[in-house]
Design a protein around this ligand. Structure first.
Ligand code: NAP
Ligand code: GLV
Length: 308
């Protein structure tokens, strides 16, 4: 069995060695432009289109949860090629940590206390009321569910929005475009963990963000283009949105002159909310390759018509 590996950054050797330890019979190689030798599987992150057209491919394994870096190639992706995303693979726990950190920071007013410390000011600030701190999670898939479980643990009211109104114990479900308004109007904190598709691009625009209650917070841990960045900035600057925690941006790395860097109410992190953990991710991929070789079904195959 021949397996290709490709990632635009970093050294391929540690990935190839780890994958080889799971699949000792396989012949592995780092893909290079011009490689036209047949291969059975490819393990990739943001591959160029030529790699998708490699002869013989039985499946393409994405080294992340989001497949927008593959689906952007559209019609040039061979029609029958299964694309397989990572299923959690340790990202759920990381996402739960990141979003809990941001939500607790807002709820417990830690940024206000940090400002007071700079002025050596010992002052009581009125605590927020949990019942008025409903968290709305846009996207209730693998990662949204992990975020919800963690926030329920702290006792926050949690609402979840999905295409199909997926039900989750303890979470109030909202479905589709028809229930988006009601969902937004109830969200004191809005968390975006949607896949990037034509339907979700620009969903956090001025019109939708204005539906959030005054003094709400936005956390985007999905993809930058969900947010219309100038709309979010304007609503933060006019005070309708009290703060935003952003891990992903339309352009990454975020350019040094971008106004998000210097806006005090915006916290920027460099796309680290949930990183791909090599050992667990390659163990998952190797397990799925073994299943495919045995003619068994696998989880995580992307539905290209839905885009995730
Ligand atoms: P997933 O399991 O595919 O879940 C996607 C969820 O979004 C589902 O609940 C789905 O609804 C919902 N959804 C999709 N399109 C929708 C629409 N048009 N309207 C309403 N709901 C819609 O994805 P996941 O594993 O949770 O990952 C989500 C995204 O997180 C990834 O695609 C990736 O972009 C991002 N991510 C970011 C980082 C980071 O470090 N910042 C790390 C990992 C992943 P249904 O349940 O009804 O199908
Ligand atoms: C990271 O952003 C991923 O999609 O896994």
């Amino acid at each position: 069995m021949q397996i290709l590996f490709y990632a635009p950054e970093g050294r391929p050797e540690p990935w190839l060695a780890e994958l080889q330890s799971h699949l000792p019979q396989a012949q592995l190689r780092a893909w290079q432009p011009g490689d036209s030798q047949p291969a059975d599987y490819a393990v990739v992150w943001e591959p160029p289109v030529e790699l998708l057209q490699q002869p013989g491919l039985k499946a393409l394994f994405n080294l992340g949860a989001g497949v927008d870096g593959i689906l952007r190639h559209g019609e040039q992706i061979p029609a029958g090629l299964p694309i397989v995303r990572l299923d959690d693979a340790g990202m759920g726990e990381q996402m739960a940590q990141y979003v809990s950190w941001a939500v607790l920071g807002y709820f417990r007013r830690f940024a206000d206390f940090a400002r007071q410390q700079q002025q050596a000011s010992w002052r009581f600030l009125k605590p927020n009321n949990k019942q008025q701190f409903t968290i709305g999670i846009l996207g209730m898939g693998v990662l949204g569910q992990c975020i919800a479980a963690s926030l329920l643990h702290f006792g926050f009211p949690v609402n979840g929005w999905s295409r199909t109104g997926r039900s989750t114990p303890g979470v109030t479900s909202f479905a589709g475009d028809g229930q988006l308004d009601a969902f937004l109007r109830a969200s004191r904190v809005l968390v975006c963990i949607l896949p990037l598709t034509p339907a979700t691009t620009g969903i956090l625009n001025r019109e939708n963000l204005q539906k959030l209650p005054p003094q709400s917070f936005v956390i985007n841990v999905a993809r930058g283009p969900h947010v219309v960045e100038e709309d979010l900035l304007a609503l933060v600057q006019n005070g309708h949105i009290a703060g935003a925690t952003l891990d992903v941006f339309c352009e990454e790395p975020l350019p040094p002159a971008h106004p998000f860097w210097s806006e005090p109410a915006i916290t920027v992190t460099p796309h680290i909310a949930a990183v791909t953990l090599r050992p667990v991710s390659l163990a998952q991929i190797a397990g799925k390759i073994r299943k495919l070789e045995n003619g068994e079904e696998i989880a995580g195959v992307v539905d290209r018509t839905k885009g995730y």
